[in-house]
Write a protein that binds this ligand. Structure first.
Ligand code: ZN
Length: 153
């Protein structure tokens, strides 16, 4: 089953396609402190995420995966947004991103280029694609010891 590609604003489409074609932080870390993986069976998307932590700071992040442009560009944009940030900031970005896509919240300025995925909110099937990397991030953050609160809203 092929879901139709969302019709997105041209500028946003360009950002999404750029991250899909030239994903940032794609690959594997030699050493990682936290990792998680997830699949979106509706679309066949797969994401494997690794984090290298220095205390509560995300020093490095890498992902591998396959699937549609929305899932893979969301992963690439996410890694750019959380790299060199505190894990608590990453968890907050996750909540803001989910609020934008699930509740239709106005994107917070901190989301930056992630706002490009806002148009996906209109396409319920594709929201799962965009959220997959963030759900995986939530798992990775919780898995490292449970001292990070991730909203499951
Ligand atoms: Zn997908």
């Amino acid at each position: 089953m092929n879901a139709p590609e969302p019709e997105l604003d041209d500028l946003y489409k360009e950002i999404i396609l750029d991250h899909y074609r030239r994903p940032r932080n794609r690959g594997e870390l030699a050493r990682a402190d936290a990792a998680a993986e997830g699949v979106n069976p509706l679309c066949g998307d797969e994401i494997y995420l690794q984090l290298l932590l220095d205390g509560d700071r995300i020093d490095a992040v890498a992902f591998r995966g396959r699937g549609c442009s929305i899932s893979q560009s969301s992963a690439s944009l996410m890694t750019e947004a959380i790299k060199e940030r505190r894990t608590t900031d990453a968890a907050r970005l996750k909540s803001d991103f989910e609020a934008m896509l699930v509740d239709g919240a106005t994107p917070n300025a901190e989301l930056g280029d992630l706002e490009a995925l806002q148009g996906v909110a209109k396409f319920h099937v594709r929201v799962k694609c965009a959220l997959l990397p963030w759900k995986v991030l939530g798992e990775a953050l919780v898995g490292r010891g449970g001292d990070v609160t991730v909203s499951t809203e």
